[in-house]
Design a protein around this ligand. Structure first.
Ligand SMILES: Nc1ncnc2c1ncn2[C@@H]1O[C@H](COP(=O)(O)OP(=O)(O)OP(=O)(O)O)[C@@H](O)[C@H]1O
Ligand SMILES: [Mg+2]
Length: 252
């Protein structure tokens, strides 16, 4: 039985690539409305965990539950439809399109997958455009509504990428290294942005930058060699000797 405490939960999850278990007997749960971060050295299995939660990869064994429903064997689009949105470690926005066009395409694509017919009355497209404009305004990105993605900084492109994911209407947002490759100034912008949307979503964030993780997480999980080695509040994780050993490779 899934736990009533969590909107998204994995039980005894294992994913093997040949002999190597990238994720090994991992159980983890995310309560609705919180921001949980996943830390861990390169190759720890963090992105693989996301790939399992979204079913981009099939699990070797274990179960995944979303809002009390077992989703382990659903297709990726079915999981997206049920409210799990994901941004990727590598940027996936269309650089030649404006912010509005990027968000509109994502919203439209999500809706198309949910219905049978393709052709809609023109009013439907206007409504989709209005919703996309509204989302950009809510996210504080409306100054870029008609700006092509290629004309803004890499940091702003990362914000657009999150907006594109939000356009699909998720309840749970999975972010894989949202500040990767950003300067410290841009990192602060993305951090502030995630903090500003935090109350509206359940967020799971893979992130290496300690200042980001420590400042905005409600809870932190640390992975190493495919397993969870610690879970706790930022204060608890900061004090945890195993985490220092695994993550920083030193005893303190
Ligand atoms: N498609 C795949 N085929 C084979 N091995 C894979 C595949 N995806 C991941 N792995 C292996 O699984 C392990 C975990 O990789 P994963 O990408 O999940 O790590 P990560 O914690 O996200 O690392 P990073 O911080 O570098 O992004 C690594 O040993 C990796 O080589
Ligand atoms: Mg990764």
């Amino acid at each position: 039985m899934p736990s009533a405490d969590y909107i998204l939960e994995a039980r005894n999850l294992t994913r093997k690539f040949g002999e190597i278990a990238a994720v090994q007997d991992l159980s983890i749960g995310f309560p609705r409305g919180q921001l949980h971060s996943i830390l861990g050295p390169n190759g720890a299995g963090k992105t693989t965990l996301f790939n399992l939660l979204t079913r981009d990869y099939p699990v070797t064994s274990g179960e995944i539950y979303l809002k009390g429903e077992r989703i382990t064997r659903l297709q990726p689009h079915q999981i997206a439809q049920r409210g799990v949105g994901r941004s990727y470690q590598i940027s996936s926005v269309y650089l030649g399109l404006t912010f509005l066009e990027n968000v509109w395409l994502a919203a439209h694509g999500a809706e198309r997958r949910g219905r049978t017919g393709f052709w809609r009355p023109i009013s439907h497209y206007r409504e989709a455009q209005r919703k996309s404009e509204q989302l950009l305004a809510e996210l504080g990105l409306d100054r870029y509504t008609h700006t092509p993605a290629k004309a803004v900084s890499y940091g702003d492109q990362r914000l657009l990428e999150i907006a594109v994911t939000l356009a699909t209407g998720p309840e749970v947002l999975l972010l894989d290294e949202p500040t990767a490759g950003l300067s410290s100034r841009e990192t602060v912008r993305v951090k502030d942005f995630i903090e500003s949307i935090k109350s509206r979503y359940t967020i799971v964030m893979i992130e290496h930058k300690m200042n980001v993780v420590m400042e905005i997480s409600d809870f932190i999980h640390v992975m190493n060699f495919g397993r969870l080695i610690a879970s706790g509040t930022p204060e608890e994780i900061a004090r945890n000797a195993d985490v220092h050993q695994a993550y920083f490779g030193m005893d303190e």
